[in-house]
Design a protein around this ligand. Structure first.
Ligand code: AMP
Length: 404
């Protein structure tokens, strides 16, 4: 089945056409500046020259129409007609307390997604607009919603509950939800296969380290804890996000600097993390270059902080799971940077972790699944390139197949 994977933002719409039989991407691209001046599409089909076109896009409907027009174009497209799209899979950031798996977009379902808006207003609003646009333009194509939070819904109460008055947690559904679920699910599934023992017996820490970063403890194939919380701000420091900090810093800064809720949110989401500590960039590449080539002390501190935090969570989650079979590194930073795989593992020999530095330092492109621990290492450490699209496409196909 060809599944069109859609990820709608407030003024953008990213897409991939994915074939579930061959597990390959047939085309990918995105529309930008939707509802603004200068709308455009960029589109790429493997083996063909990348294609770009400027076209005013008044709304998401215009954008999805242009995507279909481009996908079915004789020159730059890859399918003959919309009939070759079996289903659409929408990536939705937050399923709130309502969704523990992927579902068909029905009126009831969309009403519940509407309720999740409060939990992630910047993301859910645009997602809903994108979903409605696809439903309008592709009337006979089933639309499936795949939630970033769903894979984490197996966490036990003691892991997902925050110690605030119960009245507030209940009234506002405040709890740890976790994010990057499709990525943690994909890499843990791959790792379970590599381990070659029954899934129920496996204990894996998955480290998704990118612009946004999170770690999950996956025991018996199910998440028992994860670092992101009520929102994707919790846990590890990230490109521009602070990660977990003493919550009292929030009210302290608000008072001292006379900041509104919006302003403090902006500081913690957009100006903190690597950018906040290093100061010059939020990109790990720049920070690493400044550390290695200029010996920049702030860049060095930012990288040491991130490595230390990853190490702490590996230790914490090993304790939570009562053991450890494997650690997996994935996403932009985890896949492309040997130091962020090696540094957190330094000194963890007592846990049975031993990195093969020659292998870890010698990884070449294209990045492939690679074992980076030694043969003697009791814990297997792997780099596994993530594939969230595969999970979204597979889920979409299985929801649609169940309808028949
Ligand atoms: P993501 O959010 O998963 O796309 O990851 C973005 C982060 O990955 C940025 O901080 C980049 O510095 C880092 N990254 C992406 N590609 C590379 C690369 N080829 N080499 C080094 N770092 C990379």
């Amino acid at each position: 089945m060809n599944v069109l994977i859609v990820n709608a933002g407030s003024s953008s719409l990213k897409y991939q056409l994915f074939n579930t039989e061959t597990k390959t991407v047939l085309a990918k691209g995105g529309c930008e500046r939707i509802g603004e001046k200068g709308g455009n599409i960029s589109h790429k089909v493997p083996e063909k020259t990348p294609y770009e076109k400027n076209q005013e896009l008044q709304n998401h409907e215009d954008a999805i129409k242009l995507v279909i027009e481009t996908l079915t174009d004789k020159e730059v497209g890859c399918i003959a007609s919309m009939d070759e799209i079996g289903a659409v899979g929408h990536r939705v950031v937050h399923g709130g307390p309502y969704f523990t798996g992927s579902v068909l977009a029905t009126e009831d379902v969309l009403a519940k997604v509407e309720l999740c808006k409060e939990l992630a207003p910047l993301h859910i609003g645009p997602s809903l607009v994108g979903i409605h646009a696809c439903m309008d333009v592709m009337k006979n194509v089933p639309q499936v919603l795949v939630f970033d939070t769903a894979f984490h819904s197996t966490m036990p109460e003691e892991a997902y509950t925050f110690a605030i008055p119960r009245e507030y947690s209940e009234k506002y559904h405040i709890r740890r939800y976790g994010f990057h679920g499709s990525s943690h699910r994909y890499v843990s599934r791959e790792m379970i296969q590599i381990l070659g023992k029954p899934a129920e017996e496996t204990k894996i820490v998955t480290c998704h380290l990118g612009n946004g970063s999170s770690i999950a403890a996956v025991k018996g194939g199910k998440v028992i804890d994860t670092t992101m919380g009520f929102t994707p701000l919790d846990g590890l420091m990230m490109g521009t996000r602070s990660g977990a900090i003493d919550p009292a810093i929030v009210s302290f800064l608000m008072e001292k600097e006379n900041l509104s809720a919006d302003q403090i949110n902006n500081i913690l989401n957009k100006k903190s993390g690597i950018l906040g500590v290093y100061g010059a960039s939020s990109d790990f590449r720049d920070c690493r270059m400044a550390m290695e080539e200029k010996k920049d002390p702030r860049a060095t501190l930012a990288i040491r902080m991130l490595a230390y935090q990853v190490k702490k969570y590996i230790g914490a989650y090993t304790a939570a799971m009562g053991g450890l079979d494997a650690v997996v590194f994935t996403a932009g930073i985890g896949e492309n940077n040997n130091i962020i795989r090696a540094m957190p593992c330094e000194g963890l020999e007592f846990l049975g972790i031993e990195i093969d530095h020659a292998v870890n330092d010698g990884i070449k492109r294209p990045i492939q699944t690679t074992k980076i621990s030694t043969e003697n290492s009791k814990v297997q450490v792997y780099l596994i390139p993530t594939n969230e699209e595969l999970i979204i496409a597979e889920d979409t196909e299985s929801v649609v197949s169940a309808l028949k």
